[in-house]
Design a protein around this ligand. Structure first.
Ligand SMILES: Nc1ncnc2c1ncn2[C@@H]1O[C@H](COP(=O)(O)OP(=O)(O)O)[C@@H](O)[C@H]1O
Ligand SMILES: [Mg+2]
Length: 309
């Protein structure tokens, strides 16, 4: 029988390029172990239309961040009509857009921190005091880009003067911003596989918060507690909320839902449609706890790939 040709798309030009190269490397190893014929494709150096020439059976999307996680690359895959892993065009686009996804969470009664959204055109005349009051925000307030990942650009502001300072910086770098009430408590993340939650983990960063370094630098020593140390009832609840959020956004393949847990309540921050896939990432760690090895997870993702997602 002819070996299945799997093309791994990795790297790219987003700010999460390095993480994607790591995810890609781990997945390539697993794909080879399974016995697929593996091809590599880095959109930083090759134009995406070259993918068609490789004529793969399946595209394994190992990209993270802009371009790779926001529906853009997915629309190429749809256009080529080549089956691909993870979520489809619209789900990826909405999940990457914190404002849009939070609107859908609110409409569907999934709790998310109070927030407001600003576009570049709003920057010059905005009255922040009024916005904070109207949208019932309380300090500390988190300022973050509407469509980045890996905690890039996330700033926690204790008071109004710090908020004004961070806003001044952020508006130079980002066209769309989210202002959100900071939720203290625990950082809980849930892995979802084919619409079913497979487990919840707690992250305890040693740094001020779960920022880029806390996520990726081993020396930052973030504690991973699997399963998340919360009551059975609450554990079940967060798994259920994650499944609901995936359904609302129409996600496919694997995803990871990021929560804060405070005073017995879960606050959904976001759903990640292209979660980290290094052998040390959270979804593989949660899967392992459910007796799903990294290789099994990757194999499942290939079998789950498709178009018209
Ligand atoms: N409203 C908030 N309350 C508490 N912590 C937050 C809040 N928003 C962001 N954070 C912290 O910043 C991290 C990254 O924020 P998140 O919204 O998940 O964006 P990203 O797409 O960058 O992962 C979170 O995992 C959390 O530690
Ligand atoms: Mg996150």
């Amino acid at each position: 029988m002819k070996k299945k040709r799997v093309l791994v798309v990795l790297g790219g030009a987003s700010r999460e390029r390095e993480v994607s190269l790591e995810s890609g490397k781990s997945c390539i190893l697993a794909l080879k172990k399974i016995g697929y014929s593996v091809l590599k494709f880095d959109p930083k150096f090759l134009s995406l239309d070259k993918i068609k020439k490789n004529n793969p059976d399946v595209i394994f999307n190992a990209l993270h961040g802009k371009g790779g996680e926001d529906g853009k690359v997915q629309s190429f895959f749809e256009y080529f009509r080549i089956p691909y892993t993870h979520s489809g065009v619209l789900s990826s686009m909405i999940a990457m857009n914190k404002h849009f996804s939070k609107q859908l969470f609110i409409k569907n009664k999934v709790r998310t921190p109070n927030y407001f959204f600003l576009n570049r055109k709003d920057y010059p005349n905005i009255n922040l005091h009024q916005k904070i009051r109207k949208n019932k925000l309380a300090f500390p307030i988190v300022v973050k880009p509407n469509d980045e990942g890996s905690s890039i650009g996330v700033k926690i502001c204790k008071n109004f003067s710090l908020l004004r300072k961070e806003f001044k910086k952020a508006k130079k770098n980002y066209s769309n911003l989210i202002f959100e009430t900071y939720i203290p408590g625990q950082e809980i993340q849930v892995a979802v596989m084919g619409g079913k939650s497979i487990g919840a983990i707690e992250l305890r960063p040693k740094r001020k918060f779960y920022d880029y370094k806390a996520k990726y630098k081993k020396s930052a020593k973030t504690l991973h507690i699997m399963p998340a140390p919360i009551s059975k009832k609450k554990y079940k609840e967060v798994l259920r909320i994650s499944e609901k959020a995936n359904k609302i956004l129409g996600c496919k393949g694997i995803t990871r839902c990021d929560f804060r847990f405070y005073k017995d309540k879960f606050f959904l921050l976001e759903v990640n449609t292209q979660p980290g896939m290094t052998s040390l990432s959270l979804v593989p760690e949660i899967a392992k706890y459910s007796n799903i090895s990294f290789v099994q997870l990757v194999k499942w993702m290939v079998n789950d790939s498709g178009i018209n997602r």
